[in-house]
Design a protein around this ligand. Structure first.
Ligand code: C2E
Ligand code: MG
Ligand code: MG
Ligand code: MG
Length: 277
């Protein structure tokens, strides 16, 4: 009986494994078609300052698979990175975000807002990355000074000189840089000193338990102090409660992003929100 159980367990496991490998390959193939088939869209999550003004928005990509429905960004961005479709996806994201940004005309409620765009490590390290960004800006006529690229610590984990040069080429046009999910990856303080960053984003994992966990509170205060002494803006992500906002404000953090203010919104929703504030 035990032997029989063992065998059927094995068979089930084996089948599960085969399914997941086949499933992954299918999802990868479908993702490669997502841009040409118009299955991607961007949502925009507001960034709010201490005076409750809407100062910017982060573009967040969404993929609706024709049969499966919405796929989590955590899943499809990683899959795109592994399979190489991140280049086409990233280009689409940049172009779409810049087109939206170009429509935020001076004198309108979003006329001074900054557009933050996530850039993955593989995308940043591609030799054509700088020209990809320039292309997106030029073809849409968006203002480079209102574009902010969010890099993660995985981007800056190697070739520091090359990274500094690449960032410099874009910075000379006015493009800004933010270090996303700060504190969750491997970064060293010497990177922070050398990278031409404008902003640090405190990861939401530290904000989540800010009120309950003294260690998280200490980390948050330290990141805010670090940002201040390096002359960087500090943004807190994942702000869900007024209490969290109050603690962040008291610690010197003046820009917030999170469900307390708004979830990621369609472009029209962002515009409506900006018009009301
Ligand atoms: P991220 O860049 O750190 O984006 C913040 C994530 O936190 C978003 O998840 C957002 O929806 C979520 N969020 C916002 N407010 C709250 C809150 O109050 N509480 C909680 N618990 N979560 C909140 P999302 O949209 O699922 O994206 C996940 C990650 O996928 C992003 O993390 C980013 O790393 C990646 N991603 C999304 N769009 C793109 C893209 O266009 N390009 C690249 N390379 N990566 C992207
Ligand atoms: Mg981000
Ligand atoms: Mg983040
Ligand atoms: Mg994150």
């Amino acid at each position: 009986l035990a032997k029989h159980d063992g065998r059927s367990t094995f068979r089930l496991f084996d089948e599960g494994l085969r399914n997941s490998v086949a499933e992954r390959a299918q999802l990868e193939a479908a993702l490669r078609q997502a841009v040409p088939r118009n299955e991607l869209r961007l949502l925009y999550q507001p960034q709010i300052d201490a005076d409750d003004a809407l100062v910017g928005a982060e573009a967040l990509c969404r993929w609706t698979h024709p049969e499966r429905g919405p796929v989590s960004p955590a899943v499809f961005i990683a899959l795109a990175e592994d399979s190489g479709s991140i280049y086409a996806l990233g280009e689409w994201v940049l172009r779409t975000a810049c087109r939206e940004l170009a429509g935020w005309r001076p004198g309108t409620p979003l006329g001074q807002a900054v557009m933050a765009v996530n850039v993955s490590a593989r995308q940043f390290h591609h030799p054509d990355f700088v020209s990809q960004v320039l292309d997106a800006l030029h073809s849409t006529d968006a203002d480079p000074a209102r574009l902010k690229l969010e890099l993660t610590e995985s981007v800056v984990a190697r070739d520091l000189d090359a990274i500094v040069n690449k960032m410099g080429a874009l910075k000379s046009l006015g493009v800004r840089f933010s270090l996303d999910d700060f504190g969750t990856g491997y970064s060293s303080l010497s990177y922070l000193k050398r990278l031409p960053l404008d902003q640090l984003k405190i990861d939401q994992s530290f904000v989540r338990d800010l009120l309950a966990d003294p260690n998280d509170a200490a980390i948050v205060r330290t990141v805010i102090a670090l940002g201040a002494s390096l002359g960087l803006d500090v943004v807190a992500e994942g702000v869900e409660t007024a209490e969290q906002r109050a603690v962040l404000l008291a610690a010197g953090c003046h820009i917030y992003q999170g469900y307390l203010f708004a979830p990621p919104l369609p472009a029209e929703g962002l515009l409506a929100l900006a018009g009301r504030s």
